[in-house]
Design a protein around this ligand. Sequence first.
Ligand code: CS2
Ligand code: MN
Length: 353
Amino acid sequence: MTFRWYGENVDSISLKYIHQIPGVEGIVWALHDIPAGECWPINRIEEIKTQISKYNLKIDVVESVNVHEDIKLGLPSRRMYIDNYKNTLKNLAKVGVKVVCYNFMPIFDWVRTDLYKAQPDGSSTLFYEKARLDNISPFKFLEHMSREKALFTMPGWEPERLSKIRELFKAYEKVKEVHLWENLKYFLNEVIPVAQENNIKMAIHPDDPPWTIFGLPRLITSRDNIRKFLGLFNNPSNGLTLCSGSLGACEKNNIPEIIHEFGNRIYFAHIRNIRRFENGDFLETSHKTSDGSLDIAEIVRAYYNIGYKYYIRPDHGRHIWDEKSKPGYGLYDRALGIMYIWGLYDAFRKVQS
Ligand code: CS2
Ligand code: MN
């Protein structure tokens, strides 16, 4: 079991607290201040290792090493950025990193319309209002997001990235879905052999939400597309981050079935529940099965049944007990999520023995 942490002086949660959550063995980390496309320096990587090891926690999983837009756009400058990517992987391997999560979403990482949507019980949570996004230009949407005032900058929403948004939209005008697949294949051909030589499993994160937004193409959205993705470079180092909340926003994505089909290529499991509404909206809920539309108990059972041996983390949580944190990344609700997952695991184990 692992827990995502944004780093000293950045995250509102200390390693000491994370260490106190039952059964957490590792930290999911990244050098968030290094812009996409640059090589991560070994001294910075070692510094994190020292901080985390003090608490007897492992550093096996990195989320994310972000892919530079020029790679997704297939521009000639991708060569340089791919070289940097490979060097980052080699540096990560030196300290024993085993899994690297990344995504291949154009321009935006995950998208929500509300970061702190008030709930009747006094908590708040992330919310996606479909109609609002369908009827707004990306530029108006960004103005709206800056009014939402994220307490802390979120990954994928860094100010320096946002300032380039107009240029990026122009550049993506010519990049259709088929081109994005080609550019992803090119990236995998280059990077997967280096990952394999360095004992690293690459784990792509699904698109969140798993459908086109602002006319930009999206690839990792469904079971069929996951199959296609794994076939682009058929190698054990080319794998998945299976994020239940991202894929599950689309009703036709049956998560337990996906786990059974691709289980041996899932190196990182994100467990999160969401409640889908008929109009296409969705709300992030507690992990409890009855609170959302996803059967988290069945999802955990699927991992249990395939004898899943890789890394799991609770994904986003709500903001409860007046905690102030990055959207989705508070301590309390994610810790509750962990205990729910452990409870299910232990129960399945008991029933089987
Ligand atoms: C998100 C993403 O759902 C999630 O896990 O928080 O920001 C995720 O970290 C990236 O898409 C991974 O590259
Ligand atoms: Mn996720």
